[in-house]
Design a protein around this ligand. Sequence first.
Ligand code: A3P
Ligand code: 4NS
Length: 331
Amino acid sequence: MASPPPGGEGMTSQLAILLNLSSPHSKMSLEKMKDLHLGEQDLQPETREVNGILMSKLMSDNWDKIWNFQAKPDDLLIATYAKAGTTWTQEIVDMIQNDGDVQKCQRANTYDRHPFIEWTLPPPLNSGLDLANKMPSPRTLKTHLPVHMLPPSFWKENSKIIYVARNAKDCLVSYYYFSRMNKMLPDPGTLGEYIEQFKAGKVLWGSWYDHVKGWWDVKDQHRILYLFYEDMKEDPKREIKKIAKFLEKDISEEVLNKIIYHTSFDVMKENPMANYTTLPSSIMDHSISPFMRKGMPGDWKNYFTVAQSEDFDEDYRRKMAGSNITFRTEI
Ligand SMILES: Nc1ncnc2c1ncn2[C@@H]1O[C@H](COP(=O)(O)O)[C@@H](OP(=O)(O)O)[C@H]1O
Ligand SMILES: O=[N+]([O-])c1ccc(OS(=O)(=O)O)cc1
């Protein structure tokens, strides 16, 4: 039997019991969790802070290894705050790297194609570091870490980084619904309660405000392409061209059009290798809210009350004062 996960409540111990029942010896993919009898178990993780940033306990237990992760010069890192358009960007990048070959891009689930470096699961499941360390170069990796928490080897090795930012209110609504459907994330409570957690930065991966500002402040000192979700939505062709240029890939007009089509919201929503539907519903319950939910800038207006919006904006102005970064909350 694999070594028992560290003691604790919530996801760690619940999964340990379930995994012991299945007794696999080798590491398995997250998807294989559907073969385990998760039933209605409570997978909600315990959380811990590392350097003031909220993480799952499993991630915090694994923090030394994450911090010491060895990046390589030919790694590409896709860095985002959660729900900023990570999966969309991953699909665009994969299509560019594979010259628009849709079949190649359907070789595996998003999370197996692009290891999520800090994401930690109990053994025998594959954590992001396991996947990354096994993957041949050149690798494309994913992170939600704030800039000051990025493993230093990425700076030392001068790896390329694509950062994608999305306006706070749409990110918040998307994160709220995702936290409801993804049993690996803490229960968000009501939207009103979640707005307060988000403003205080007491959500996994910390403060949205510090995240977008922190990465913005270093973007000109490293090989970083800083993109906005709203720009991608407004003109995918223009933004895909920017990404291709950053990756030093020449793509024909025909391939470009293929990428635009394959990475559109409606097509990705039906793509099981990109829409997270291959995970068991005990982990992600798409009947609560689909992973590919709406993909629409300005959707926050359907959820915030006028009072919540005014209060949010006032707090936003204080937190973002002094930064020259601007977001569009609709297009
Ligand atoms: N091709 C696409 N076009 C537009 N939005 C997309 C998209 N693919 C995913 N998204 C949206 O990006 C968000 C998920 O982000 P991430 O990949 O960082 O977790 C979700 O937002 P919504 O919940 O607002 O719909 C999802 O619908
Ligand atoms: O597949 N996962 O393990 C997974 C996927 C997404 C995720 O969160 S997200 O913010 O990157 O969408 C967390 C865990």
